[in-house]
Design a protein around this ligand. Structure first.
Ligand SMILES: *Cc1c(COP(=O)(O)O)cnc(C)c1O
Length: 377
């Protein structure tokens, strides 16, 4: 018997919040408040309160959020920006697009987040910013990163597209939400993200009033006042329809994280005895919101994926190549295979299992049994 398993189950999730979501969408349509409707401000305020962050600024997607952040900080062509080499392309794409220089840093072997111990060696007089990416739903070591940034007078732009709602705890016991620790936080509301809308969306977080104004200005064609174009900006708005959906889903965000964590706990205990796989590391200083549940396999990843696929279980590889080996981000052949061996081997070993908010016990058991069956063949 095979079962059809989904990577994510957005339809199942929608069914449970349908009444509120439909009402929210209908209100936007009925009032034709499609652009910059009151729902956008309401959602920004509610998200700011949830994050305990002074300013939340909606924008069109997570990639734009990163671009607006770098433009608002007035990063200039040639400025160096430190980023993990093992990440989603958008982080590096924006750096390259603005003619900044990406400086890749290897990741930590346990968390797969930027290795804070290697950051200082990558800093030069041209370095202006560090962009940690909270991969798979767990924070990079923000305490160490902020310390380095302070010492070298650098901006920190957190890419928290995968970790919205995660809590980072400092050694003094203080806890802050992912994306609210650095100079600016950037997130995405892509449908499959932990807080996903029904199309594209993104947001920028910051605690500084003047910087928040600049972020709004850059994302609004460079205008503070209508028809007064101060700087070359971009047009990047959070759609009102999406804000209405997000405002409903925000109320369920912690419950969604809890549902994901339960799936992760289940997988963890089911795979305890399997020596050929490494289950996700749980850092002491961060909660994990499990945007992805990513295993590391010592070998046979493609056979494993094929085996599960034949059982109706999809898997994904985030990400099949580190950034230094991507043509777009290594145009002059500056880097070669062998320059970031850990990330290179991760890109060959990682595989993400289905994880979402709507799992039932039978499906989970089916997935766990199938994984075990592969290794006990
Ligand atoms: C999804 C994602 C982005 C980009 O978000 P979009 O909304 O698709 O532009 C950026 N960085 C990371 C780490 C992501 O996972």
């Amino acid at each position: 018997m095979t079962k059809e398993i989904k990577m994510v189950d957005l339809a199942g999730q929608y069914q449970k919040i349908k009444t509120e979501v439909d009402a929210g969408i209908a209100e936007v349509i009925n009032t034709t408040a499609f652009i910059k409707g009151p729902q956008v401000k309401k959602f920004e305020d509610n998200l700011a309160a949830y994050l305990n962050c002074k300013h939340v600024i909606g924008c069109a997607n997570g990639t734009d959020a990163l671009q607006i952040a770098m433009m608002a900080l007035k990063l200039q062509p040639g400025d160096e920006v430190i980023t993990p080499v093992f990440t989603y392309a958008a982080t590096v794409e924006v750096i390259a697009l603005l003619k900044l220089t990406p400086v890749f840093v290897e990741v930590n072997a346990n968390t797969f987040n930027i290795d804070e111990q290697l950051i200082e060696a990558a800093i030069t007089p041209k370095t202006k910013a560090i962009v940690p990416v909270h991969l798979y739903g767990q924070c990079a070591n923000m305490e160490a990163i902020m310390k380095i940034a302070k010492k070298h007078n650098l901006y920190v732009i957190e890419d928290t597209a995968q970790a919205i709602g995660a809590d980072f705890t400092f050694s003094n016991g203080e806890t802050k939400k992912a994306g609210t620790i650095g100079t600016i936080g950037c997130t995405s509301f892509f449908p499959s993200k932990n807080l996903g809308c029904y199309g594209d969306g993104g947001a920028i977080f910051c605690n500084d009033d003047a910087l928040a104004e600049r972020l709004r200005m850059v994302g609004n064609h460079g205008q503070r006042k209508q028809y007064e174009f101060e700087e070359v900006g971009i047009n990047s708005r959070l759609d009102t329809l999406q804000a209405a959906v997000l405002d409903v889903k925000l109320q369920h965000l912690d419950e969604y994280a809890e549902a994901r964590r339960k799936v992760a706990d289940y997988y963890d205990s089911a795979f305890k005895e399997l020596n050929s796989i490494t289950t996700p590391f749980r850092a002491k200083n961060s909660t994990h919101v499990f945007h992805q549940y990513t295993l590391k396999l010592s070998e046979n990843r493609e056979t494993f994926r094929e085996f599960l696929k034949n059982k109706g279980i999809p898997t994904m590889v985030y990400y099949p190549s580190p950034m230094h080996l991507q043509k777009a981000y290594n145009p002059d052949g500056l880097w070669q295979k062998g320059d970031f061996t850990l990330s290179e081997s991760l890109s060959e070993q990682v595989v993400s299992l289905p994880i979402h908010t709507e799992f039932d016990a039978t499906s989970l058991q089916y997935i766990a049994d199938s994984v075990k069956e592969f290794f006990n063949r």
